[in-house]
Each structure stands twice: as structure tokens, then as C-alpha cells.
Design a protein around this ligand. Structure first.
Ligand code: NAD
Length: 415
């Protein structure tokens, strides 16, 4: 199946099915790999500030824990539902397997627009959700993290509620504030990881060590990717946020832009660069394109006009399956999301390991270990892609599915 209309779950399942076929895995193992182990839907009543009672819907999908405890973020979003949560949970299983960390995959969510709730309502909802799912969580069972609409503060509330029931348990969530046992370097990690694998691929593609880079979505992932690219010698020529982008073919001054934004400036008012729309930005002349905003921005409509030689998927699923085929036909390489943004879950793993040992790492150690883990992930994908003559995405799924299958066999689940 291909096309722009394919939903997130179908797109992930299609990649997994292709890997199952390539690896020659028995057909009756397909559902063992794809189906979630356990899912929970919870009605979450809370008292609103005006005295009324409202019931929100919460979810946790635990996809697979063969290789380690379930791991994945919690999303507070009006469009959160079980199908979307399930798709994201599956993505996490293969992301963790690909970068070879001892986690499975899960995802959670509450159908709510967090911006419409007061802080008291938000705390109350987060506590109710935690109470409703606490029996399926655990440091060796399932470890949530932040996602869209949640942040380190949300994780602190979850840790507090869980600890009230089970005793002090910092390792129950990752992405916590550093003061409560969060890891140094966690916020920058998905973006840094994307830049690390982007630089390695650019070198292997003969683009060299100073590529020109365009970043769509100058948020947590996009801005830290831009900073790391610059740190490693690249020239970031364009960046954007939801209001549009800035382009300077000689390279933007990222440090000055960061200081300007930190002072409350709007990207549109920054003095450097000409204004471009988000659509124009995707089609700019540059070596590397990093879509780091939202899903589905590179489609069969615009894939023919992308000029970059390499796409590094900072966001989850920014390329539709239809666009993926067009890019592959045009010889444009795509570093898939399950590799490119895996730095987040890698440093989550470091945070969990630090919490279990009650021992803190410095930033340098976190960044060095991140570099090693991402480099190993990239090397595995690159070598498989070279030896099998398939795309990076196809290679990434084959490696991840093979590791999962091996763990299933070794644990003797079906014996
Ligand atoms: P964020 O909210 O910090 O940043 C998103 C950026 O994209 C902002 O600059 C926003 O203005 C911009 N944006 C939003 N809608 C846009 C649109 N329609 N067009 C162009 N720009 C738009 O979010 P983030 O945490 O950086 O996450 C970005 C993506 O990366 C998401 O797909 C997320 O699922 C994925 N991701 C995040 C992490 C993480 O740990 N933060 C880890 C892995 C993957």
C-alpha cells in the first residue's frame, strides 16, 4: 500500500510487513510482532475550576516488552485516541530495538487540549490518569516520558503520584526535571542524535563535512539539531516555526537567533535572512533537509521538488509513504524517524539507568554515550542498506524486527 492517505498505523505496519517478508519470517509470527500486548482505556473524571465534573478519556498502549520494559511518551492532545496511541507505541518498540537499548515500546495519551485547562485542573487530571494506570506501570514494567502537550513538569507530577502509592520511585518516568533525577542533556538529545546521524550520512554520501542544512520546525528537536549541526561544521541556511521561515544562503547566525528567541523575540522579526513559507522552505537548495515539526509534510505533491540530497526525519513520520517512493526513485536518501530522532529514548535510557543506580552522570558523559549509541545505530543501517541494496528505512525496520524476533525466540515465548 502506498499514498498520502495512509494512516500512521498502516504506514508503520507496512514497513514491518516488508521487513518480515525480507527476513523470511514465518507468516504466523506476523501478529506476534504487530499486535499490542496490552491496552488500557480509562475514563478520568475531574472537578473543573467552575465546580462542574468532566470525564476525559485516557489511554496506554503497551506494544511489546520482549527486549525490556515498555517505554514511551504520554501525549495530551485533543486528537489523542487509541489507534494513534497504538501506532506510536509500535514505533517505539522498533526505535528501541534499532538503537539496541533494553526497552520495548508503549505510548499513552489523554484526549484533552492542555492549554484550555488551569494548572490545578491539569495536575488533577495527571494524578487521576497516573492512579488509573499505576498497576501496569513500574520501573521494570513500563516507564512513561513526555510527548506532545506534556513536559518535565508533567513527569514530576506523575512521579509524585506514583511514589505516593508505591514509595519513592524516580525511575518510573524519564524526562523529569534535573532537580528530581532527570538527566543532563535529555532535552537536546533527539535533535543532537538527528545531527549525529545526519553528519555520518552526509559523509558517506560524499556531501562532505560542511553540508548546508535546512530545518523545518525550530522547536525542541529542530533547534537542538541545528545547534549540533553548526557545532560540527555545517551551515544552517534556513529554519522555520509555525509562522514561517528564514533563509540566508550564506548561513544563519544560530547563536544570535537563539539569544533573540530566548529574549522573547518572534522568528518573523529576526533581522537576518529573507522570509520564506514552510512550503518554500522544504524545496530550498541545500544538502540536508531536516523536517522536525509535524507528520506528513513531505507528500507525493512536493517530493518531486525537494532539492536536498539527504532528508533526516527529526519529526515522527514527516514523509508519507507515497513521497518516500518518489524520493527513493530520485536517489534522495531518507534517514528514517526510528533512527533519526531516537536520541530522545536513548538519553531516556541513560536517565533510567542513572535513577536505578542513584548515580548522576555529567553532560559530557551523556553526550559521548549518545554519540556512540547513535553512531552504532547508523552504522548498522548503512551497512545493511549497502549490502542489501535497500533504503535506509527498509534497513532500519529489518534490523529492528530481526532483533525483536531473536529475543522472542531466545525467551522461548512459544515453547
Ligand atoms: P516542539 O513543539 O518543541 O517544536 C515544534 C516546532 O514545529 C515549533 O517550532 C513549531 O512552531 C513548529 N511547527 C508546528 N506546526 C508546524 C507546521 N504546521 N509547519 C511548520 N512548523 C510547525 O516539538 P518537538 O518536541 O521539537 O517535536 C517535533 C517533532 O519531533 C514531533 O513530530 C515529535 O513527535 C518528534 N519527536 C520529539 C521528540 C522529543 O523528545 N521532543 C522525540 C522524538 C520525536
Amino acid at each position: 500500500m502506498a499514498g498520502d492517505d495512509m494512516q500512521m498505523l498502516e504506514a508503520t505496519v507496512a514497513c514491518v510487513n516488508a521487513a518480515i517478508a525480507e527476513l523470511g519470517i514465518r507468516d504466523d509470527m506476523r501478529d506476534v510482532i504487530i499486535e499490542p500486548w496490552r491496552e488500557l482505556t480509562a475514563g478520568l473524571p475531574i472537578r473543573m475550576d467552575d465546580g462542574s465534573v468532566k470525564v476525559f478519556q485516557g489511554y496506554r498502549s503497551q506494544h511489546n516488552a520482549t527486549r525490556g520494559p515498555f517505554k514511551g511518551g504520554i501525549r495530551f492532545h485533543p486528537a489523542a485516541d487509541l489507534a494513534h496511541t497504538r501506532a506510536l507505541a509500535m514505533l517505539m518498540t522498533f526505535k528501541s530495538a534499532l538503537v539496541n537499548i533494553p526497552f520495548g515500546g508503549a505510548k499513552g495519551g489523554i484526549q484533552v487540549d492542555p492549554r484550555k485547562l488551569s494548572e490545578r485542573e491539569l495536575i488533577s487530571l495527571t494524578r487521576r490518569y497516573t492512579r488509573s494506570i499505576n498497576h501496569i506501570l513500574g520501573v521494570s514494567r513500563d516507564i512513561p516520558a513526555p510527548d506532545l502537550g506534556t513536559n518535565s513538569q508533567t513527569m514530576a507530577w506523575i512521579m509524585d503520584e506514583y511514589s505516593a502509592i508505591h514509595g519513592y520511585t524516580p525511575g518510573i518516568v524519564t524526562g523529569k526535571p534535573v532537580e528530581l533525577g532527570g538527566s543532563e542533556g535529555r532535552n537536546e538529545s533527539p535533535g543532537r542524535g538527528a545531527a549525529i546521524v545526519g553528519r555520518l550520512a552526509a559523509r558517506d554520501l560524499g556531501i562532505g563535512d560542511s553540508p548546508t542544512v535546512v530545518v523545518q520546525g525550530y522547536g525542541q528537536v529542530g533547534s537542538s539539531a541545528a545547534r549540533k549541526f553548526v557545532e560540527d561544521g555545517a551551515k544552517v541556511v534556513a529554519v522555520s516555526d509555525i509562522s514561517g521561515g528564514l533563509y540566508n544562503k550564506n548561513g544563519l547566525d544560530i547563536a544570535t537567533l537563539d539569544a533573540f528567541l530566548a529574549d522573547g523575540g518572534a522568528m518573523a522579526d529576526f533581522h537576518d535572512g529573507e522570509r520564506v513559507t514552510n512550503e518554500e522552505l522544504l524545496e530550498l537548495e541545500a544538502d540536508v533537509l531536516v523536517p522536525a515539526a509535524i507528520e506528513g509534510v513531505i507528500t507525493s505533491e512536493n517530493a518531486g521538488d525537494i532539492k536536498a540530497k539527504l532528508v533526516v526525519e527529526g519529526a515522527n513520520q514527516p514523509t508519507t509513504p507515497g513521497a518516500d517512493e518518489i524520493l527513493a526513485d530520485r536517489g534522495i536518501k531518507v534517514l528514517p524517524d526510528i533512527l533519526a530522532n531516537a536520541g530522545g529514548v536513548v538519553v531516556s535510557y541513560f536517565e533510567w539507568a542513572q535513577n536505578i543506580q542513584q548515580f548522576r552522570w555529567g553532560l559530557e558523559r551523556v553526550n559521548n554515550e549518545l554519540e556512540q549509541t547513535m553512531t552504532a545505530g547508523y552504522n548498522a543501517v548503512h551497512e545493511h542498506s549497502q549490502s542489501h541494496g535497500v533504503t535506509y528505512r527498509s534497513s532500519a525496520y529489518s534490523i529492528a524486527v530481526e532483533r525483536l524476533m531473536r529475543a522472542i525466540e531466545l525467551r522461548g515465548f512459544l515453547k
